[in-house]
Design a protein around this ligand. Structure first.
Ligand code: NAD
Ligand code: UFG
Length: 327
């Protein structure tokens, strides 16, 4: 199959491109390299530098690359805290780029898409674990709102034309890196997400971790999340792609492990399995955060035949292995 990967130079996109190529697919990557890195693009993938908000740039890729079977759409901004501070930037990039993409796909009659949604669409969940049929109308931050709106746009698109095939993948919290150490999470600035921050503290590039709040109603007061190995997540995309290519319809799938770890539990696992210290201090809550979030991933298992194979030890070791290699 010939797959166009938007945002394929980024963290999850680059791992998915590796997996697609390992599974024998032809891959075209389109990315503006704003947060992605050219070195992360698999050498066998064809690369186009361009911005998805620019219609002619993405249109010309469809013109040049005849026979694209499906699109995987990772391109966008993703930091919860930053989206609270810069909402317009988030609405503009995430929504504008998706609208342009769908119009261009329509014109080129490519109607198979796997979209990177997020567990943030559930806002503050009514109970745990989170199922796909929970309410997805109130996120707690602008980033989550962009994902809710894009899911709605794709739903409306399908209703208007049911020759579209659409998988909405609601990721929980990806961490870890490819076993080779060649690719991993590599933010340009001070990391927004927990794991890249922890590894920089362990590597002595940053002094200490700030733990955002210890007064949540959780096991130790710190936020609980469902951390999933990025390679398991990449495998989920291959399964979703198969589903999209062989079914008509639109559906949403949780991609998570089903296990929740608090910030301090993750820090302790990182220290134990890597045998290294991670100094931290407790600070106030971060705007837009919720207490706990973990998946019921049984729908992806039943329908996509997908489940996770890596545990928390693999995740913390592979995250650190990538950064040590870079150093
Ligand atoms: P990332 O920042 O590493 O990757 C995003 C990629 O998209 C980057 O390579 C960036 O350069 C590119 N990009 C952004 N805007 C673009 C545009 N307008 N035109 C072309 N390229 C553009 O982030 P990631 O962690 O790999 O996330 C990928 C997707 O998954 C995002 O849509 C994100 O919202 C979603 N997601 C991420 C997480 C997470 O915790 N990492 C969780 C849930 C959902
Ligand atoms: N945290 C800290 N200190 C930090 C960073 C994070 O204590 O320096 C805490 C947060 O408060 C939260 C947990 O660590 O309790 C995880 O925070 P992340 O920023 O790593 O992840 P989020 O859960 O906020 O969001 C991530 C992605 C989103 C995605 C979501 C899905 O950034 O794109 O997971 O659950 F939608």
């Amino acid at each position: 199959m010939k797959i166009l990967v938007l945002g394929g130079a980024g963290y999850i996109g680059s791992h998915t491109v590796y997996r697609l190529i390992e599974s024998g697919n032809e891959v075209v990557v389109f990315d503006n390299l704003e947060t992605g890195h050219i070195e992360a693009v698999h050498p066998k993938a064809k690369f186009y530098k361009g911005d998805l908000r620019n219609r002619s740039e993405i249109d010309s890729v469809f013109d040049k690359e005849k026979g694209i079977d499906a699109v995987i759409h990772f391109a966008g901004y993703k930091a919860v805290g930053e989206s609270v501070k810069k909402p317009l930037m988030y609405y503009r990039n995430n929504i504008d780029s998706t609208l342009t993409l769908c119009e261009v796909m329509n014109e080129h009659n490519v109607k198979n898409i796997v979209f990177s949604s997020s567990a943030t669409v559930y806002g503050t969940p009514k109970s745990l674990p989170i199922k796909e049929n929970f309410d997805v109308t109130h996120a707690t931050n602008p980033y989550g709102e962009t994902k809710i709106m894009i899911e709605r746009i794709l739903n409306d698109l399908y209703v208007s034309d049911n020759t579209w095939n659409i998988a909405l993948l609601r990721y929980f919290n990806p961490i870890g890196a490819h076993k080779s150490g060649l690719i991993g999470e590599n933010p340009n600035d001070i990391p927004n997400n927990l794991m890249p921050y922890i590894v920089k503290v362990a590597n002595k590039e940053l002094k200490e971790l700030s733990v955002f709040g210890n007064d949540y109603d959780t096991i130790d007061g710190t936020g609980v999340r469902d951390y999933i190995h990025v390679v398991d997540l990449a495998k989920g995309h291959i399964k979703a792609l198969n589903w999209v290519l062989n079914n008509n319809g639109i559906d949403a799938f949780n991609l998570g492990t089903g296990n929740g770890y608090s910030v301090l539990e993750l820090v302790e696992a990182f220290k134990k399995f890597n045998n290294i210290d991670v100094p931290y201090k407790i600070v106030g809550r971060r705007d837009g955060d919720i207490a706990s979030c973990y998946a019921d991933a049984s729908k992806a298992k039943d329908i996509l035949d997908w489940s996770c194979t890596y545990n928390i030890e693999d995740m913390v070791k592979d995250s650190y292995n990538y950064v040590k290699g870079n150093k």
